[in-house]
Write a protein that binds this ligand. Structure first.
Ligand code: NAD
Length: 322
């Protein structure tokens, strides 16, 4: 079995690949990743008999065709993933997230490859004050990032409905864990605090997110790949809802810092108040259960950043840091 995994030099894709390679029955894996500012080879084993790394762009139709011809299945993570960057400029988001996904789908169709797991986000649903979205809730994305992801979800599902391609879409909540590029809230705050710097809290800090350990997400993704149904969407949640203010308090405690280290900054434009997915379908149909309790997962994550300055310091110093 040859699995093509896109975007696996990034945070979640690399966790997925490391997890698969740790199993005795690991498939052969080809990673296609452009190595943008968010991707680093230090996220992947430097040499593994079952792993091949190809640096390239998912919009490169010739390269994608060649790699897909050799693949049996695809798990598609590659994306521009940071909402703030999509507010600064949406061009690369539309290019990679929409055109790149369509390029991969075309190649999968030509070569009869499937399942094709398309990794998406809860942000495609918009914002919800109370309750949780089921998978059939209409999409109402607000940021250029979430709009580009919603577009790619719809194109992926259209390839199932129109052509019968075995596409499976997942929509997860906010991931946390080791190897996350230090621009997203948890690694940004932890690394700033470890360096004695301030942390920027958006607006009143009352925006709510559901936190999902990256390994739980990867467990769910593999259940979808191996036991999901073609043409279906699966929500994946973690089960810990926190306001950004509550999360900040936990991170300050974990790093031994006080509220004087917090700068209150103007809110993100169009900041969604709350995301919440109903993941009953993944639980009942696939047996998905998050295994990481948040307190332990967060403590382990903070400890990982404390112990791995060699991983994040070069990234933070790099020109790509926003
Ligand atoms: P990330 O930004 O850490 O990694 C993205 C990877 O994609 C990088 O390695 C980058 O080099 C690669 N990439 C970007 N453009 C590319 C291109 N044109 N061609 C080839 N490779 C390219 O992202 P992540 O946090 O690991 O997210 C992975 C997926 O999960 C994304 O599709 C994202 O939308 C989705 N998602 C993430 C979260 C989260 O909390 N991080 C939540 C919901 C959904």
């Amino acid at each position: 079995m040859n699995l093509l995994v896109t975007g696996a030099a990034g945070f979640i894709g690399s966790a997925y690949v490391r997890g698969l390679l740790a199993a005795p029955d690991a498939p052969d894996i080809t990673v296609l990743d452009r190595l943008t500012y968010a991707g680093t080879l230090t996220n992947l084993p430097s040499a593994h008999p079952r792993l091949e790394f190809v640096q390239g762009d998912i919009c490169d139709a010739g390269l994608v065709d060649k790699l897909t011809a050799d693949a049996d299945q695809v798990v598609h993570f590659a994306a521009e993933s940071h909402v703030d960057r999509s507010i600064d400029g949406a061009g690369t988001f539309v290019r990679t997230n929409v055109l790149g996904t369509q390029t991969l789908l075309d190649a999968a169709l030509r070569h009869g490859v499937g399942p094709f797991v398309h990794v998406s986000t809860d942000e495609v649903y918009g914002s919800i004050a109370t309750g949780s979205w089921p998978e059939d809730h209409p999409l109402s994305p607000n940021s250029p990032y979430s709009a580009s992801k919603a577009s790619s979800d719809l194109i992926a599902l259209a390839y199932h409905r129109t052509h019968g391609l075995d596409v499976r879409v997942t929509r997860c909540s906010n991931n946390y864990g080791p190897h996350q590029y230090p621009e997203k809230v948890i690694p940004l705050f932890v690394t700033n605090l470890l360096d004695g710097e301030q942390v920027p809290l958006y607006g009143d800090g009352h925006n709510v997110r559901d936190w999902l350990h990256v390994e739980d997400h990867c467990q769910a993704l593999d259940l979808v790949r191996t036991h999901g149904r073609p043409g279906e969407v699966y929500n994946i949640g973690g089960g810990t809802e926190l306001t950004n203010r509550e999360l900040t308090g936990l991170l300050l405690d974990a790093c031994g810092a006080g509220w004087d280290r917090v700068d209150h900054v103007p809110d993100r434009k169009g900041h969604d108040l709350r995301y919440s997915v109903d993941w009953t379908k993944a639980r009942t149909e696939l047996g998905y259960r998050p295994r990481h309790d948040f307190a332990t997962g967060l403590a382990d994550t903070v400890a990982w950043y404390r112990d791995h300055r060699d991983w994040w310091e070069p990234l933070k110093r790099g020109a790509g840091t926003r």
